[in-house]
Design a protein around this ligand. Structure first.
Ligand SMILES: CC(=O)SCCNC(=O)CCNC(=O)[C@H](O)C(C)(C)COP(=O)(O)OP(=O)(O)OC[C@H]1O[C@@H](n2cnc3c(N)ncnc32)[C@H](O)[C@@H]1OP(=O)(O)O
Ligand SMILES: O=C([O-])CC(=O)C(=O)O
Length: 441
């Protein structure tokens, strides 16, 4: 068995034993109360899931094994000559629980490389779709076609022992992560570059090879892809894409089915699609104002117009965060280093100076600060990747690292089917009127 798998299994067995003891000793400990408002309002603030890969702090943002985004940028291994962390290294951290040595990352890269072949029928399935279809739809169709390759599904059909779920899930996870860049690049080249494909380069790291297949061989763009793939990878377990992947996986749907489900959630405008909405919104503002460099006052007026039309300001607000997203800050630092004079990037920074005050003045927005999606598009446009409908596919490739690591943990820890109780409003009223003893009777 590959060393990576052996190491993961050791970690999982250790944690599994700890959880067993923890539940024996504290299984009946009450961790909080649930209000009626919470079950009607998206379960905000309800602790209801266990996710091992990362933990979100409302002020400081996401942490992986207690390491913040700035710490990851410093501590994770880099490509030769590069300054940004390698996404393979973050995957290693989420799976093995420690910062890898350079040779661990090289081994992991090589292992992914060996698994990266995508069967032709996957491309044929995407090719059969009309060109104008949304890139996320084409991408998920590719994933669904690839489900035919699922080791978990095949082994389960042949009578897989529960003890071995983890290994089949990890097989699928590695294969899927290895193949995603090629599928995603196919979507881009087919839709925007006349179907002219760029073949993979086996000498490059995972993110750089993705950049190459997209058709962007600029070294700085490769650095951006490494950073992008790291910062979008995971955001604890309750976000829509992670939760959907976990939920669907809890039915023992294989990693292809589970990941596709999660990515259909990522494709919603309040979640991952917000990155396309941000750039679309800025382009529309520029067009309406007939300028590439709107002033703070012009931006303020445009924001108020957006709000008056009953729309949200894309890229701002968050269900958990209550500060500027450190993923936004990391991208801002990248922009200051590589493109300080870019007009669009400067507009993103001017929007940052303008929007929070306006959202705050509404009195209802819990977090007026920017999230990760407020910045990503402008950096991509700088290098020529201006087809904003495609942006969520980049997010999806990165998010695979987190949600699929989590799925491996789920199966290794023997997590059960997820099935919370639901109630009707009539049942709530009966209970409030004391007609029944328990809510739900
Ligand atoms: C990777 C990611 O998924 S990050 C999030 C990406 N999404 C976006 O950027 C879309 C814009 N933002 C939003 O719609 C929201 O802030 C969300 C969906 C991210 C979070 O939603 P919630 O947790 O419900 O936010 P919150 O509790 O602050 O909402 C309270 C009110 O403020 C509004 N609000 C929140 N953010 C915004 C915003 N950016 N612009 C306008 N109004 C907003 C909500 O729509 C809600 O209004 P309502 O009471 O009239 O329905
Ligand atoms: O945490 C959330 O709800 C949304 C988010 O930022 C992410 O998934 O990256």
């Amino acid at each position: 068995m590959e060393q990576f798998k052996v190491k993961f299994k050791e970690q999982a067995d250790k944690l599994g034993a700890e959880i067993k003891t923890l539940l024996q000793e504290h299984g009946n400990t009450v961790i909080g109360e649930t209000t009626l408002a919470q079950i009607y309002q998206g379960m905000r603030g309800m602790t209801a899931l266990v996710t091992e890969t990362s933990l979100l702090d409302a002020q400081d943002g996401i942490r992986f094994k207690r390491r913040s985004i700035p710490e990851l940028r410093e501590q994770l291994p880099k490509a030769k000559g590069g300054a940004e962390p390698l996404p393979e290294a973050l995957f290693y951290l989420m799976m093995i629980g420690e910062i890898p040595e350079e040779k661990d990352v090289e081994n992991l890269s090589a292992m992914l490389q060996r698994r990266s072949h995508v069967p032709a029928y996957v491309f044929d399935a995407m090719e059969a779709l009309p060109e104008e279809i949304h890139p996320m739809t084409m991408f998920v169709v590719g994933i669904m076609a690839l489900q035919n390759e699922s080791v978990f599904a095949q082994r389960y059909a042949n009578g897989l022992n529960k003890k071995d779920y983890w290994e089949a899930t990890l097989e699928d996870t590695l294969n899927l992560i290895a193949r995603l860049p090629h599928i995603a690049a196919f979507v881009y080249r087919r839709k925007y570059k006349g179907g002219k494909m760029v073949q993979p380069d086996g000498m490059l790291d995972w993110a750089a090879n993705f950049a190459h297949m997209l058709g962007y061989d600029n070294e700085e763009f490769k650095e951006l892809m490494r950073l992008y793939m790291v910062i979008h990878a995971d955001h604890e377990g309750g976000n829509v894409s992670a939760h959907a992947t976990h939920l669907v996986g809890s039915a023992l749907s294989d990693p292809y089915l589970s990941y596709a489900a999660g990515m259909n959630g990522l494709a919603g405008p309040l979640h991952g699609l917000a990155n396309q909405e941000v750039i679309k919104w800025i382009f529309e503002m520029q067009q309406e104002l007939k300028t590439d460099a709107p002033t703070a006052e012009q931006i303020g007026d445009y924001v108020k117009k957006t709000l008056n039309e009953g729309k949200v300001v894309p890229g701002y607000g968050h269900a958990v965060l209550r500060q500027t997203d450190p993923r936004f800050t990391a991208q801002m630092e990248f922009g200051k280093k590589h493109m300080p004079d870019d007009l669009l990037v400067n507009t993103v920074w001017r929007i940052y100076e303008t929007v929070p005050g306006i959202l705050q003045s509404l009195g209802k927005v819990k977090n007026p600060w920017p999230n990760v999606d407020a910045h990503s598009g402008a950096l991509l446009v700088h290098y020529g990747l201006k087809e904003y409908e495609y942006y969520t596919v980049l997010f999806a490739v990165s998010r695979a690292l987190g949600v699929l690591s989590s799925l491996c943990w789920d199966r290794a820890l023997g997590m059960p089917l997820e099935r919370p109780k639901s109630v009707t409003t009539a049942a709530v009223k009966r209970w409030l009127n004391k007609e029944v003893e328990h809510l739900g009777d």
